[in-house]
Design a protein around this ligand. Structure first.
Ligand code: IPE
Ligand code: IPE
Ligand code: MG
Length: 251
């Protein structure tokens, strides 16, 4: 993530920057199809793009990024594509981990490790261990993630822990989610134009601002990211209350 030495475009400072941004990195397949390439070429291009967005996130002052890389439903895709995606994930860790660590990125995993092949699961655990004390950017990788599965896992653990019913409230449930200890996302971006949540952060995103762009993920560059942040800065978050003017807002 070292800055390239070329003319740097200046991005005007924004009135507010989301602390936590979620990204549904969608449209890799269509990006490839539009170029007559196999879908996996789109996934590789999407992975490349992640580097620039990480760099941009640090530069714009975002503290936490949660990226949707593979859903619990994505196992239903053809075997070749699933294997290709697992392979890309593994190679991404091999190639990028040292630099991410040097740059102060703390990698976390949200999702289930069961069903993930053992070699990859081990690499994921090692990446989490290596980077656990880094503070510059928290990168939450939603891999084999589903919002419903997350709630099911939370409920199971709450029961296993023998929590009495009257102790169950929203704060407690949040503490049992994969994102325990992190603030909820302020902004959720979805690329490729689909107007749906696809099981991403369904609990945590209850009051997130949504931003959907038709741009496919491999083409979602720093300018596009800035546009999303600028749109967020213009939004008025109300959290169910009545608009307040002149009063400071959360996030
Ligand atoms: C998103 O791109 C990446 C994953 C779901 C792993 P897609 O593969 O969903 O691309 P489209 O939506 O088919 O274009
Ligand atoms: C959501 O995209 C999952 C990821 C981006 C990893 P999908 O392409 O799987 O979602 P649907 O099928 O369009 O809802
Ligand atoms: Mg898709």
């Amino acid at each position: 993530m070292t800055q390239p030495k070329k003319e740097e475009k200046v991005y005007p400072p924004l009135e507010k920057i989301p602390v936590h941004v979620g990204i549904i990195m969608d449209g890799n397949g269509r990006w490839a199809q539009a170029r007559g390439l196999p879908r996996l070429a789109g996934h590789r291009a999407g992975t490349e793009n992640l580097r620039r967005i990480l760099r941009a996130a640090v530069e714009f002052g975002v503290r936490i990024l949660t990226i949707y890389a593979f859903s619990t439903e994505n196992w239903e895709r053809p075997r070749d594509e699933v294997e290709g995606l697992l392979d890309i994930m593994e190679r991404m860790i091999d190639r990028e981990l040292p630099e991410l660590h040097r740059e102060g990125v703390q990698i976390r995993h949200v999702g289930r490790l069961e069903r993930v092949p053992e070699r990859l699961a081990t690499k994921i655990r090692q990446a989490l261990d290596l980077t656990r004390d880094n503070q510059r950017l928290i990168l939450n990788v939603a891999f084999n993630y589903g919002g419903r599965a997350e709630i099911v896992d939370a409920v199971r653990r709450i029961i296993q822990d023998g929590v009495p019913p009257e102790a169950v409230d929203e704060v407690l449930i949040s503490r049992y989610l994969y994102t325990a200890g992190l603030p909820d996302p302020d902004l959720i971006i979805r690329t490729s134009g689909e107007m749906r949540v696809s099981n991403f952060l369904i609990w945590q995103g209850a009051y997130a601002e949504y931003y959907v762009t038709p741009v496919y993920w491999p083409d979602f560059d720093k300018d596009e990211f800035y546009k999303a942040l600028a749109e967020y800065a213009r939004r008025e978050r109300r959290f169910g209350r009545i608009p307040t003017h002149g009063e400071s807002q959360r996030g």
